[in-house]
Design a protein around this ligand. Structure first.
Ligand code: E4P
Length: 217
């Protein structure tokens, strides 16, 4: 399973890049607004830090505008992935961009039917938002399961990118279902390391090692 990081915070991205666990980055207009900075410059810097796909979302909603913005964004770096909304115009742009060899992430997916449309439009990634589905009392992970099943029935190349992840359980459940990618807020990625028995065991080992009076180097 690939891990993307869901942030536009350059400090976080730099710090987590050293973990060797990051395969890509997703941003969205809210994350860009939260972190500040000039959009194109922020994306360029992220693309330099992380060689994998870096999603940059268009602000246009009509086909011509989406295509014009995509043309600008994809010039920023070879690893920019154009993020388009799951709308008729967004999917039309997805089809054209994908045919030209541009990576496209279709965002704001909340149903299996929408995911099917995105795959037929040649998307590189489909982003179902599990946390937001859970928030309205539906089952976000059931959505992932449905999409993985549907994609497995056909020869779609579209990767399932689990988005709006709120905690480790979303990641584990998605991995069990065989989702290709999860995009994680930095805090969720860090939380995956945690287990109280690891902390307790390490404390015991260190205390016992100190008793030996030895050093390895
Ligand atoms: C995905 O690409 C989105 O940026 C993100 O996962 C949305 O998550 P949220 O529901 O926590 O805003």
């Amino acid at each position: 399973m690939k891990f993307f990081i869901d942030t536009a915070d350059l400090t976080e991205i730099r710090s987590l890049a050293g973990s060797g666990l990051l395969d890509g980055v997703t941003t969205n207009p809210s994350l860009i607004a939260k972190n500040g900075g000039v959009f194109a410059k922020v994306i360029a810097e992220i693309c330099e830090i992380i060689p994998g796909p870096v999603s940059a979302e268009v602000a246009g909603t009509e086909y011509d505008q989406i295509m014009a913005e995509a043309k600008v964004l994809r010039k920023i770096a070879g690893n920019v992935c154009i993020k388009v909304p799951l709308t008729p115009d967004g999917l039309r742009a997805c089809k054209h961009l994908s045919n030209d060899g541009t990576m496209v992430n279709v965002t704001l997916c909340f149903s299996a039917a929408q995911a099917l449309l995105a795959a037929k439009s040649g998307a590189s990634f489909i982003s179902p938002f599990v946390g937001r589905v859970d928030d309205i009392g539906w089952d976000g992970m059931q959505l992932i399961s449905d999409i993985v099943d549907i994609y497995n029935n056909y020869d779609f190349k579209t990767e399932v990118l689990v988005a709006s992840v709120r905690g480790p359980n979303h990641v584990i459940e998605a991995a069990k279902m065989g989702a290709h990618v999860a995009t994680l807020p930095p805090a969720v990625l860090r939380s995956l390391f945690n287990h109280p028995l690891t902390d307790k065991g390490l404390a015991t080992f260190l205390a016992d090692w100190a008793k030996t009076g030895q050093s390895i180097v």
